[in-house]
Write a protein that binds this ligand. Structure first.
Ligand code: SAM
Length: 228
């Protein structure tokens, strides 16, 4: 059998690479166009970053690969819910939904009004809270206090002063179930939170290079004062 022409081989190789990159980043590379919803989300994200670079913290939403890494590390019991802080245009929210967390056990908090409105439109029935994570315990219905299995923090905490970081961390632990997870993703190669100063222990759960830039997911626990 004659060998296929090398042009054919290169086209197939390019196609395979484009498929893998689109699966990882969802950007629309090669002959595979980005989905219109993805393009709209990216454009809104970029606009909101231009309006408020420190709060948004990134020019692009998280890649599907990072979102899946986060979703894999979520722990949620039968009578518990999950909170996502700083949901942006819903890149992580989508992976959480795909992992089987239903709308009635998922709360997303977003400070930017346009992004919150976008989330409501994209995810019918999702519990979108337009507000500031520093007021989490007031924003979350009281019935869910102490019943949160995991908080995923997408807020760029490294851009915040220690006092605000502390406020957000304390608010999260005030609603988390005992032993609940506080997950934070970061583009830094080290812990994005100053553990000792916030009274936390923490460990990196995983890293993906399939994100722009590469990112890691950290899990933090509160250091409880020793029982008397
Ligand atoms: C790096 S983006 C992450 C967006 C999305 N989770 C993702 O992974 O693509 C950070 C998001 O946090 C939001 N944010 C920043 N400060 C916040 C706060 N105090 N409370 C709630 N959301 C906040 C920003 O508006 C932005 O949408």
């Amino acid at each position: 059998m004659p060998n296929p022409p090398s042009g054919h081989f290169h086209r197939r190789l390019r196609g395979a690479v484009a498929t893998r990159l689109n699966d990882a980043f969802g950007l629309g590379i090669g002959d595979i166009p980005a989905k219109p919803a993805k393009r709209g989300a990216d454009l809104l994200f970029l606009r909101r970053w231009l309006a408020n670079p420190l709060k948004v913290g990134s020019v692009l939403p998280s890649s599907p690969a990072l979102a899946r890494l986060i979703a894999r590390n979520v722990r949620v019991g039968e009578d518990q819910a999950v909170i996502e802080l700083g949901a942006g245009t819903g890149a992580v929210t989508r992976a959480l939904r795909a992992s089987g967390i239903p709308n009635d056990r998922l709360f997303v908090v977003e400070i930017d009004g346009r992004m919150a409105a976008y989330l409501r439109k994209q995810f019918t029935g999702l519990q979108v809270i337009h507000g500031d994570a520093t007021n989490l315990s007031q924003l979350l219905p009281a019935a869910w206090h102490g019943r949160i299995g995991t908080v995923i923090c997408g807020i760029p905490m490294v851009n915040l002063p220690l006092s605000v970081q502390k406020r957000i961390v304390d608010e999260c632990f005030s609603v988390l179930a005992p032993g609940g997870r506080f997950l934070q993703f970061t583009y830094l190669p080290v812990s994005p939170l100053p553990k000792a100063r916030l009274g936390l222990t923490g460990k990196r759960l995983g890293t993906t290079i399939l994100n722009l830039p590469p990112a890691s997911v950290w899990d933090y626990q509160k250091i409880e004062p020793e029982a008397a």
